[in-house]
Write a protein that binds this ligand. Sequence first.
Ligand code: BEZ
Length: 254
Amino acid sequence: MQSAPGQEWNASGYAENARFVSDLGQPVVDLLNPQPGERILDLGCGDGALTEKLLAAGAEVIGVDASADMVFAAKQRGIDARLMDAYNLEFQAEFDAVFSNAALHWMKRDPDAIIAGLRRALKPGGRFAGEMGGHGCVAAVVVALCAALERYEISNPARLIPWYFPTQEEYRARLERNGFQIQYIALIPRPTPLRSGMRKWLETFAVSFINCVAEERRSSFLDEVTARLQPALCDQQGRWTADYMRLRFLACGR
Ligand code: BEZ
């Protein structure tokens, strides 16, 4: 995983509260269609749950991640996982494909630099299959977090949004200007059940917002955000569903 300010990844917490992220990753594995013997780079491999699927298809895979804890967890699965900053990838024309699930939206600072680094890592004609949060992803959650932060007198809370959720048009243009040809791209609504509930989701993914609040007020802050979201995202049985939008694409290096 890539880190936003204050966002630290912990493999056991992730396994407990965010396993759905890799569980729901099969469509982008299918889009990649990994082949035996291919060399594949898994960008933001996390604890390697999806990397294992690429290996099971017979591919030779290197996983990279910016979290030492996640790299350790991936290595424990026997994966060749390396601690690496996605902005400084060390690969040149050596992969048949790049794969990335639920990682690119954490790399908000300079998406073009990320795409250019991946293009350099690919052999000519190599493919890039990715899925990330897309425009409108967790919009209700973002509005509730910002509204609650304003009540806590945090100015301009939108500056704390750690995610990059592009439109289809914007990401297409970025891929094309960095040397890719689009084979497929779609923005897909994917309401996502949160088995651990909204509070755990916030504690896992919304750390940059929570850390702005004084420690002794964080619990009431989370109560307030959860109460604001309850009418929109929680059903009568107390089951939470987050308003995810996915941007899924397959592109080929020109
Ligand atoms: C995700 O990992 O898919 C995700 C993380 C934070 C916000 C929305 C989506």
